[in-house]
Ligand binder design. Structure first.
Ligand code: A3P
Length: 316
């Protein structure tokens, strides 16, 4: 019974899935694979189940330090870019001497530089000892805020949330599904699942809203602002992190072309969590939804945004 789950946020999401999607969110692994679900439903249920388990480990064993930096996002909103920018800022900052981000973006994919709390940190080993990681520790997460420990809001650690217009987020996710499943799935079917909230990190609108409501503690960055004026956004991030940098150098080091080429050079065989590194760099533009979504689909997203975000100050 989702309502009895000790984590109210998780209970909320479980109930959301049950009522809105008509799906049991707690099936066994074999049921997920043989239970007659579609490819997307299988992918999402499997990811959600892993996230719930990792979330419990994170809540039990992760104590954020005031110096920790957490990069939070819904998938396909610019996570990879934010990871690159943050590690580049820390690496080039003249106000920081030692940092865990002395890794080189010339050779590594940003996902190798900044690990996910729910994957490399506590997903693979719930009891992982992270005390040895040098400060500032930089982690990322796709988990909804309510899946994270309360101390994320109270420890003084810095949280940066990147978000993106749902239409472009969805189109990027749909391409990822197509790539992963090796076949083009119906965009209408994928869109309906997305609108119902069936996505690997839970429902999009609630994900954004949870972080938005904590914005006195969370720095908000949008993919669109980054595209329109990367220098300004990078300056804001650096200020938030207390770093002194040469902005243009960071923007150049993290450009779409530069990061994509590094990952391409790594070759086809390199995978991260079942995803080829160069799959994190597809088109990298604002408004690709116009090539894929109908006006009616856009209207559906606008209506959803209106319904779910009304009164919050968020809009499309
Ligand atoms: P598209 O599929 O629209 O091209 P995430 O990192 O959260 O998985 O998001 C991936 C999206 O960010 C993809 O969008 C990808 O192309 C885009 N992206 C990755 N790195 C980028 C960069 N340096 N500049 C602009 N967009 C980038």
């Amino acid at each position: 019974d989702g309502a009895k789950h000790p984590l109210t946020g998780i209970a909320k999401v479980m109930l959301h899935f049950k009522t809105l999607c008509g799906l049991d969110v707690n099936p066994s692994k074999s049921e997920i694979f043989f239970g007659g679900y579609s490819d997307i439903q299988r992918e999402v249920l499997s990811a959600l189940q892993d996230f719930i388990i990792a979330s419990e480990a994170i809540r039990a064993h992760y104590t954020p330090l005031p110096s920790d930096i957490i990069l939070a996002s819904f998938p396909k909103t610019g996570t990879t870019w934010l990871k690159a920018l943050t590690s580049s800022i820390l690496r080039h900052s003249s106000t920081l001497t030692s940092s865990s981000s002395s890794n080189d973006l010339d050779n590594l994919n940003p996902h190798e530089v900044v690990p996910f709390l729910e994957i490399e940190m506590f997903g693979e080993n719930p009891l992982k000892d992270i005390t040895e990681i040098s400060s500032p520790r930089v982690f990322s997460t796709h988990l909804p805020l309510s899946f994270l420990p309360e101390t994320v809001k109270t420890s003084g650690c810095r949280v940066i949330y990147i978000t993106r217009h749902p239409a472009d987020t969805f189109v990027s996710l749909w391409h990822l599904y197509n790539n992963k499943f090796g076949t083009e799935i119906s965009i209408r079917q994928a869109f309906d699942e997305f609108c119902k909230g069936l996505a690997p990190a839970g429902p999009y609108f609630e994900h954004v809203l949870e972080f938005w409501e904590a914005r006195d503690r969370v720095m908000f960055v949008t993919y669109e602002d980054l595209k329109a004026n990367p220098e300004e956004t990078v300056r804001r991030i650096a200020e938030f992190l207390g770093c002194k940098i040469i902005v243009e150098k960071i923007v150049k080091e993290c450009s779409f072309e530069k990061l994509r080429n590094t990952s391409k050079e790594r070759g086809e065989g390199v995978h991260w969590s079942g995803t080829k590194y160069d799959m994190f760099f597809r088109k990298g533009v604002v408004g690709d939804w116009k090539n894929h979504l109908t006006q009616e689909m856009m209207k559906e997203l606008e209506d959803l945004a209106d319904l779910k975000w009304r009164g919050s100050g968020l809009d499309l």
